[in-house]
Design a protein around this ligand. Structure first.
Ligand code: GAP
Length: 447
């Protein structure tokens, strides 16, 4: 460990620095901030929404567009409440909760160490644990009675299972095949925290792969490898990635086997994606509760069976936190500190920033023309305020891979400098070939 780095190799106090950078640069804001905020919900600002869209699109390209055997879906957040009875969530989606009798704060019993309250410091004041259901409950329609109860979905997976037949029949897929979906999920977490790591409203990127029973172990292994490979391609430091196998006490009520992909955060090793063998648990329960046949007929063998499901389930917000935490770096350049985000260029919210060196001699006009022409094909940002050094620093913090400067030479020969965020190398490129130059650089490492 050097210069006070944490065990994970991150700069000291990274989570605070990241939270403040995210607010300062417009990545992530606390929800309802002007009202004092709301517990563990976050809003994505102008740069954050671009980063999140880019990550979501990279996942979609990898999981849907590049594969002939996976179809996309966008199911509703609200579903028939019987879905959640069938899935086991009404009964089993609980965390053990204890309350401190002194300060009345509540905690997850399985996360407490010892008998001392982390909030008020009193010992031996905890109540017995009781099971607390994490689903948000509401009512559909004008009458607030038991028959009108609806839940905000705690996972997107169930929308896929209940559409299994619809998708399989309309897309004419044969097993093995998958259905992928990205969307919001809600959990009334007892102890949310660590910025966007555990929130009450978040997005999941889930894929359910339907396979013939007996082939599930093989597919499980294949998906573990494929998902880890994708995470590495995002540019995440390999030493900060590992698998964690769920022991019998950790397995969710639906899973036969589960491996997490974990990241070494400054606050320890934590999961951000899970690969689960859900067997035929969900389809058989939905078949039982709905009374509708969900069996698959295999035309090749003439067999009828309920497929097994291998699930890959990633949190979009949590993967975004991995991306940000891993990209954050502090460097010293000629005695000055610079903070930068080494974002993969495909994930970077802004691909190029355009600056006139000075605000005179016609440079702003040329710079605006260059920015406008690039904007047709790339997200670009124009900036003429502050010294050129400060403008570079601002873009380093936003993770912008390229900065283009219009200077005195531009006025003579129509060329500009292109500065690389990571190497700090600058090269001169003719304005006429600038778009192709940037596109070629971005294509060099596709996601
Ligand atoms: N369908 C399976 C499922 O939902 P999970 O392990 O409960 O499995 C999958 O959740 C992923 O969803 C997690 O790895 C995490 O990335 C994300 N996730 C779960 N709860 C979250 C929360 N409260 N805040 C942010 N992300 C969360």
């Amino acid at each position: 460990m050097a210069n006070g780095e944490s065990e994970s190799g991150h700069p000291p106090d990274l989570m605070n620095k990241l939270t403040s950078l995210c607010k300062r640069r417009g990545f992530v804001f606390q929800s309802s901030e002007i009202y004092g905020g709301v517990g563990s919900v976050y809003d994505y600002g102008p740069l954050g929404v671009e980063l999140k869209n880019n990550l979501r699109q990279a996942w979609w390209r990898e999981m849907v567009h590049r594969r002939a055997d996976i179809e996309g879906l966008d199911a509703g957040i609200l579903m028939n409440s019987r879905v959640w009875e069938a899935s086991g969530h009404v009964e089993g989606f609980t965390d053990p909760l204890v309350e401190c009798r002194n300060c009345h704060r509540r905690f997850r019993a399985d996360e407490l160490e010892g008998v001392q309250c982390p909030s008020c410091g009193m010992s031996g004041t905890f109540t017995e644990p009781r099971q607390f259901n994490l689903m948000f409950k509401t009512f559909m329609g004008p009458v607030e009675d038991e028959g009108a109860v609806a839940y905000l979905r705690p996972e997107t997976a169930q929308g896929i299972y209940v559409n299994f037949r619809n998708v399989h029949e309309t897309a004419r897929q044969k097993i093995p095949f998958g259905i992928a979906q990205v969307g919001k999920a809600f959990r009334n977490e007892i102890t949310p925290g660590n910025f966007i790591f555990r929130t009450r409203e978040f997005e999941q990127m889930e894929m359910q792969y339907f396979v013939k029973p007996g082939t599930d172990a093989e597919w499980f292994k294949a998906w573990m490898e494929r998902r880890m490979d994708w995470v590495r391609r995002l540019g995440i430091t390999p030493e900060r990635l590992r698998f964690h196998e769920h022991g019998a006490d950790e397995l969710a009520h639906y899973a036969k086997a589960a491996f997490d992909i974990q990241y070494h955060f400054p606050f320890g090793w934590q999961e951000f994606e899970g690969i689960h063998n859900r067997t035929d648990f969900d389809l058989s329960r939905h078949q039982e509760f709905s009374g509708k046949k969900l069996e698959y007929f295999d035309p090749a063998s003439g067999d009828r069976f309920l497929p097994y499901v291998i699930e890959t389930s990633a949190g979009l917000d949590r993967t975004l936190l991995v991306v940000l935490a891993d990209a954050y770096a502090e460097e010293e350049i000629e005695g000055e500190k610079r903070v930068l985000l080494h974002l993969h260029p495909h994930l970077a919210p802004i691909k190029a920033a355009v600056f006139p060196l000075v605000k005179k001699d016609g440079m702003p006009e040329v710079a605006r023309r260059v920015a406008d022409s690039l904007r047709e094909s790339l997200p670009v940002f124009y900036d003429e305020t502050g010294s050129i050094g400060r403008r570079y620093r601002r873009q380093d913090e936003a993770g912008t891979p390229y900065c283009i400067t219009i200077d005195g030479v531009t006025l003579e020969d129509e060329s500009v400098t292109v500065r690389d965020r990571d190497t700090l190398r600058q090269e001169r490129v003719p304005i006429a070939g600038l778009r192709q130059h940037l596109q070629a650089a971005l294509e060099a490492d596709p996601l």
